[in-house]
Design a protein around this ligand. Structure first.
Ligand code: HEC
Length: 300
């Protein structure tokens, strides 16, 4: 009963790496309390049983005893197995195996090897033979191979994790997002936070025009991601947004900013910075075209 409660508490109380009763003294207190109650109940039941027993007459006592002692079959079976494996002879049969060695009254029995020992020994022989064949004849994986395999598996798992864990994106791994929901989230962020300085259509105000092909801090998803994450040049007004937004959100808003490329804002601010040419855009190949098309839209 106590261990069941203990297990339930461990399962439901969130205690990190440590067991709950070490992490949280209250839990320890609670468990002690439960234990004490269980012991108390047990003691009370025992005492009541004893009182009832004493109040019975002889016949009643006998009947009570008869009804009580009923060893479950399972335990009987275990006991039988135990005796079998032990292989010892009962004292009454000892005269059959006694040797006629007699040293000052100390005699010797010629017992068989205990079956548990004998079968265990056979098992080690079989194990040894299989081991020898597997690792020394057929060159099975040794511990170094196993280590390497586990490393490879772990690396694959890390890669898989990084692929799906959006907030692990950084300057190097960020890619332009083009799906509608990412852009919609990006737009949302832009409209709550960035419009004050960049205008809703990106035409620029305190901050520069984000729709033209000129960039002060570099164009393309990587640079824009970096600018939004780390902020602009000191004292210019563009702060680092990494405290406010998660990397995945910055990737979204950066993608949204780039989706404004080539649009025509109502009151465009004059271009600032240098014309940004995507280095990857070199001679057109299929992948490059895809990766850079949003930054390469021609402005009318
Ligand atoms: C307080 C005003 C302000 C806010 C708010 C602001 N910016 Fe800026 N932003 C600027 C200024 C000023 C610059 C120019 C920085 C420089 O010259 O170093 C800039 C630069 C940029 C650039 C680089 C432009 C270039 O030409 O290289 C990007 C991209 C940008 N902001 C995106 C954003 C996004 C996205 C947000 C919202 C999360 C945002 N900004 C919020 C003022 C602001």
């Amino acid at each position: 009963m106590f261990f069941i409660i203990f297990g339930i508490v461990e399962y439901f109380v969130d205690s990190g790496d440590q067991p709950a009763f070490i992490e949280k003294p209250v839990v320890l207190l609670f468990l002690l309390f439960v234990l004490m109650i269980i012991i108390a109940i047990e003691a009370i039941i025992g005492a009541m049983e004893n009182i009832l027993y004493q109040s019975l007459d002889e016949e009643g006592k006998a009947r009570y005893e008869a009804s009580k002692v009923k060893t479950p079959k399972f335990f009987i079976w275990i006991k039988k197995m135990y005796l079998k494996l032990l292989g010892s002879r009962p004292i009454e049969e000892e005269h059959e195996i006694i040797l006629d060695h007699n040293y000052d009254g100390i005699k010797e029995l010629n017992n068989d090897l205990p079956p548990w020992w004998l079968y265990g020994f056979y098992a080690t022989i079989i194990f040894g033979a299989i081991y020898l064949l597997r690792y020394h004849v057929f060159n099975g994986q040794n511990q170094y191979d196993e280590l390497e395999i586990e490393y490879a598996e772990a690396n694959a798992a890390i890669e898989e994790y990084n692929k799906t864990a959006k907030d692990r994106v950084d300057f190097n791994s960020v890619e332009l997002l083009t799906d509608a929901s990412s852009l919609a989230n990006g737009k949302q962020i832009f409209e709550t936070t960035c419009v004050a300085c960049h205008k809703a259509d990106g035409g620029g105000g305190i901050g520069p025009n984000l729709t033209d092909k000129h960039w002060i801090l570099g164009g393309g998803i990587k640079n824009v991601f970096k600018t939004i994450t780390e902020g602009g040049r000191d004292g210019k007004g563009m702060i680092a947004w990494k405290q406010t937004y998660k990397p995945s959100e910055i990737a979204q808003v950066a993608s949204y900013v780039l989706s404004l490329q080539g649009t025509t804002p109502a009151e465009p601010k004059a271009a600032e910075g240098d014309l940004w040419v995507d280095e990857n855009a070199g001679p057109p190949s299929e992948t490059n075209e895809q990766a850079s098309d949003s930054t390469q839209v021609e402005m009318n």
